[in-house]
Design a protein around this ligand. Structure first.
Ligand code: XMP
Length: 511
């Protein structure tokens, strides 16, 4: 296998993003903490090294460093932000507090005659986040980039194959960032660029085998992408020693519980416990109308059912979760530590059930990489490209008290909306879309008679991060078609509305 690019982490929030960009350039990458000693570093046999950024400044006594021998391994080294400052400091340059803290986009002038920037545009926007910068170059280095407030925004010593950038090429806002990283790993380090997600799958399977030994593994399937991909991957490593528990709370979308059962009995024959607990959930929710109360009851009941089913399986050895990198960030876990996904449905359960070891094979991957991995493993496209779906499911898209009949209206209308969005191609233009049973009844005419039936709302949004959102401009003809189908095909619906509210002030979900 091709040698990796080694990323030495100095605590930057972007370290995994660097790893991801290197993978995007078709090169295997490995991340080690700056605490790693030189023999561990040498042991990875890298073809190049990237020093990440980090929150510290070199003037602090506790500033993290690395063994200077890192620069003598005979492979190219690229320092990013703090990594560049550390490199400058190591070779006798001067690092000082910037007059103005640089944060956000800055226009940078690049020396396209330099080794790192050759072939690129000479001027581009670069993303910055630093209060210190290189004030004087170390001997043997030349300046390769500058911005208004950072005269030395890039440096290199091509003879020693040492490079530094003060800005963050790994962040998408940095124009040419990907080109810079590709130039480093492919041209300067000489990596062939033939790493693919298949390689990730193969090495993850080996790691899971080593972690699981001859033991059994418990994993909760939610119907979502992450747990499905984790299950498929772990199944490859341990076969039917993987025990999966799937709790159907009765608020899944049309066809989803069936798909989970089908995929994980036929395609990946794990040892599956699928429980239809819907009657129990509806029972607990009887008479409850308050949205927060509904969420609380569903969350609580989910954990109870999962716990009961897990206990029935007897003593198992390892607990697995489909935690992905953004979850690690959200839960504030330090890189490398095994903190359990705090917002996850079964958070807290592993310890309670007596597990000491946690297997999280997707911990370093981003969402789109998880989807790619799912494709590589052969999961159905429908499952792999599934949009975000809240844990409480259709229960928070069915306003007011929950009954199977009301949720059926939500489920059936949602299925029509999804089918038509996909068929028309509009699904690609919206980030998330669904219907809401508004729990409002209004008068209509059906045939020759009067109806007094439910109004269903269409919610379709565009967003990058789901923190803010715009309503999707769904074509009128498509809306007309969907409205016609819903009122014709879904029993008890005589009116269709369109939600034209941004977030904020509204949220994406209605409850
Ligand atoms: P809101 O409604 O807060 O939704 O604008 C933002 C995004 O979060 C999803 N969402 C949830 N996801 N559990 C989840 O895993 C939940 O309880 C939950 N509530 C909302 C929502 O679908 C949207 O993508």
């Amino acid at each position: 296998m091709e040698k990796p690019i080694l990323i030495i982490d100095f605590g930057s929030q972007f370290t995994q993003l660097i790893a991801r960009r290197v993978r995007q350039a078709g090169v295997f990458s490995q991340v080690l903490s700056h605490h790693a000693n030189i023999s561990e570093i040498r042991g990875t046999d890298p073809c190049g090294i990237i020093l990440s950024g980090g929150p510290a400044s070199l003037e602090e006594e506790t500033a993290p460093g690395c063994d200077p021998a890192v620069f003598g391994l005979g492979v190219p080294v690229l320092g990013i932000c703090y990594g560049m400052q550390l490199m400058a400091h190591t070779f006798g340059g001067l690092v000082a507090r910037s007059e103005k803290r640089e944060y956000g986009l800055r226009r940078a002038a690049l020396d396209t005659g330099s080794a790192l920037f050759s072939g690129l545009e000479a001027v581009c926007d670069c993303w910055n986040s630093h209060g210190f910068q290189v004030a004087a170059l170390p001997p043997g280095f030349s300046k390769t980039a500058s911005t208004d407030s950072c005269p030395i925004a890039g440096m290199e010593n091509p003879k020693e194959r040492l490079f530094g950038v003060q800005f963050h090429p790994e962040v998408t806002h940095s124009q040419q960032g990907m080109a810079i990283l590709t130039r480093f790993v492919r041209d300067i380090c000489g990596c062939a660029g033939n790493w693919r997600m298949e390689n990730y799958a193969a090495s993850a399977v080996e790691e899971i085998k080593a972690a699981a030994g001859n033991g059994t593994v418990l994993l909760g399937l939610s119907g979502g992408v992450d747990s499905a991909v984790a299950a498929a991957l772990i199944h490859q490593a341990v076969g039917d020693r993987l025990r999966c528990v799937f709790v159907d709370h009765g608020f899944m979308r049309k066809g989803e519980p069936e798909m989970v059962r089908e995929v994980f009995t036929r395609h990946f024959p794990v040892s599956l416990t699928a429980v239809d607990a819907s009657a129990r959930f509806y029972g607990k929710l009887k008479g409850v109308r308050d949205p927060e109360e509904k969420r609380r009851i569903i969350g609580h009941e989910f954990v109870s059912v999962f716990r009961e089913e897990a206990l029935k399986l007897g003593k198992l050895d390892h607990f697995a979760q489909g935690t992905i990198y953004p979850d690690v960030i959200e839960s504030g876990a330090a890189p490398g530590s095994a903190v359990i996904k705090s917002h996850h449905n079964v958070g807290g359960l592993p310890r309670e059930l007596g597990f000491t070891s946690l297997i999280e094979p997707l911990r370093t991957l981003f969402k789109d990489e998880v989807r790619d991995l799912g494709r590589v493993l052969g999961l159905p496209e429908e499952m792999v490209s599934r949009q975000p779906f809240p844990g409480p499911g259709l229960a928070i898209r069915t306003l007011g008290e929950l009954t199977p009949e009301k949720v059926a209206v939500t489920r059936e209308s949602d299925a029509i909306l999804r089918e038509e969005f996909v068929r028309s191609g509009f699904a690609k233009s919206a980030s998330q879309f669904f219907t809401v049973n508004t729990d409002i009844r209004s008068v209509g005419v059906m045939g020759d008679g009067r109806s007094y039936d439910t109004a269903v709302a269409i919610r379709a949004v565009t967003t990058d991060d789901f923190m803010t959102a715009d309503w999707a401009r769904v074509p009128y003809e498509l809306l007309a078609h969907i409205s016609r189908r819903i009122t014709n095909e879904v029993l008890g619906v005589n009116r269709v509305l369109l939600d034209v509210t941004t977030k904020p002030p509204a949220s994406i979900e209605w409850e």
